[in-house]
Ligand binder design. Structure first.
Ligand code: DQA
Length: 146
């Protein structure tokens, strides 16, 4: 079983970016946590980040035949990108939408998600450990037959 953890715009700045909202954990820390967790469970894991919508779409396309599930923190593209939604719908790979912050407790424009329409489920508000929750959720989903 192989899972792609895909991170969108501004998440490369985690740790220094609005730490009161997103915490002090860096994306490299999260990657290390995810890799350790994946290893414990015998999962293969790829970890990618891009600030570019098209590059995220390319990564989703490239997951075909390579990964069994996608965990996507699309950052602000969550709330705007029909193209990312279409990409996920096109590849037929189960996806979980993830956010560090509880987007529903924040500005109205963060309450809308195009990704959620094509996701198996959504995890938000648990900070960096949310990535581990998402890995476990995807593992369970795939074990039950995807
Ligand atoms: C985010 C929430 C988004 O609304 C925001 O644009 C981000 C990060 C999160 O992980 O909490 O960039 O996806």
């Amino acid at each position: 079983t192989s899972i792609l953890v895909l991170n969108g715009p501004n998440l490369n700045l985690l740790g220094m970016r609005q730490p009161e909202i997103y915490g002090h954990t860096t994306l490299a820390d999260i990657e290390a946590m995810c890799l350790a967790h994946a290893e414990t469970h015998g999962l293969a894991l790829a970890f990618e980040q891009s600030n570019h919508e098209g590059a995220l779409i390319d990564a989703i396309h490239a997951a075909r035949g390579t990964h069994d599930g996608i965990i996507l923190n699309a950052g602000a593209y969550t709330h705007s990108s029909i193209a990312l939604m279409d990409a996920l719908a096109s590849v037929q790979i189960p996806a979980i939408e993830l956010h560090l912050s509880n987007v529903h407790a924040r500005e109205d424009y963060r309450h809308v998600s195009y990704i959620a329409r094509v996701a198996v489920g959504v995890i938000c508000g648990f900070g960096a450990p949310g990535y581990i929750l998402a890995l476990d959720a995807m593992r369970g989903h795939l074990e039950r037959g995807g």
